[in-house]
Design a protein around this ligand. Structure first.
Ligand code: GRG
Length: 298
């Protein structure tokens, strides 16, 4: 039997720790609203690579942040990510019926419950960050809330989603696609590293190095996603593939071609790893993640 690469074991261990925290935070309830929590748990407890939580905990580990604090911030980012997936899959957006290899939230429940489950996860994320268990210092908690709010909202992921909808009807060039993806996918990846740095009270230089790393892997992640949409299979990826091509939508692959897209993703991954030089060996897991992101099959 071939041995699993270390990064896969590290991702799985972290995913399991984050799932335990999510499980504890998403408390089941028995009132007439109990279906809401069921839908929130359905969309966030099964599957997912948990890349963003890994970035939070691996960045926080650079500064020896206690794991229980990092895991709460990691769970908050994952809640925002899961909310975005639920809403992205709705008929009004991408209209998908498969996510993480299972029926999407609005198929398993209904549209109203899926919208509300997304809303519930989004708001709970900020509640978790604002609680004292995340960090005893109120200033640090406020910085976490501010960073995640900015990354998730109109200047970040939500704004990027609007550009994505705009791209359905307009031809965007490479710079415009890069900006769209930096907002839609990159902002949450960047803030995941930033939250580790905030918890760890990183210096300006350390923060800048992590930011540069995250910007590069964020773009590499999206290019890999575009490549999987063309080269992957539904079984591997756990969602419908080939949608961008079918819709005639501009992506890194349609604009660059498959070979150049692979080359750009790998170049970004290498550049990202170079930004981590100041952390020495302590950043090895972040380096491994940068490699994983461009080689992943799901
Ligand atoms: C609806 C507000 C709102 C935002 C939606 C992030 C997003 C914006 C939509 C997701 C659609 C999509 C396929 C984006 C491409 C990159 C991406 C975020 C993929 C999914 O993330 P992974 O691969 O998924 O980390 P897992 O399931 O592993 O967590």
């Amino acid at each position: 039997m071939t041995e699993k690469p270390e990064i896969l074991n590290a991702l799985a261990a972290n995913a399991s720790a984050v799932s335990d925290v999510l499980d504890a935070l998403l408390r089941e309830c028995n009132g007439h609203e109990k279906k809401l929590m069921e839908a929130m748990r359905y969309a966030s407890l099964a599957g997912g690579k948990r890349v963003r939580p890994f970035l939070v905990t691996a960045s926080a580990a650079l500064f020896d942040v206690p794991p229980e604090r990092a895991l709460r911030a990691a769970a908050a980012v994952e809640m925002v990510h899961c909310y975005s997936l639920i809403h992205d899959d709705l008929p009004a957006m991408d209209d998908d019926d498969l996510r993480r290899g299972q029926p999407t939230c609005h198929i398993a429940y209904d549209e109203a419950m899926a919208i509300l489950a997304g809303d519930g996860l989004l708001t709970l994320a900020f509640e978790v960050l604002a609680q004292v268990a995340t960090h005893p210092d109120g200033g640090i908690r406020a910085d976490l809330v501010l960073a995640l709010a900015k990354a998730s909202g109109h200047e970040g992921m939500v704004g990027g989603q609007v550009l994505d909808i705009y791209a359905d009807e307009h031809d965007l060039d490479l710079d415009e696609i890069s900006r769209l993806q930096r907002m839609k996918t990159g902002a949450l990846i960047t803030v995941s590293c930033a939250m580790g740095a905030i918890l760890g009270q990183a210096t300006y230089v350390e923060r800048a190095a992590l930011d540069a790393y995250a910007r590069d892997i964020g773009l590499a992640f999206q290019i890999a996603d575009d490549l999987l949409d063309v080269e992957g299979s539904e079984d591997e990826v756990g969602k419908k593939i080939g949608k961008d091509e079918d819709a005639g939508k501009a992506t890194f692959v349609s604009l660059l071609g498959i070979e150049a897209a692979h080359a750009k993703a790998h170049a970004l991954s290498e550049q990202a790893q170079e930004h981590l030089a100041i952390f020495g060996e302590k950043a090895d897991s972040l380096r491994d993640l940068a490699k994983f992101i461009v080689n992943r099959r799901s």
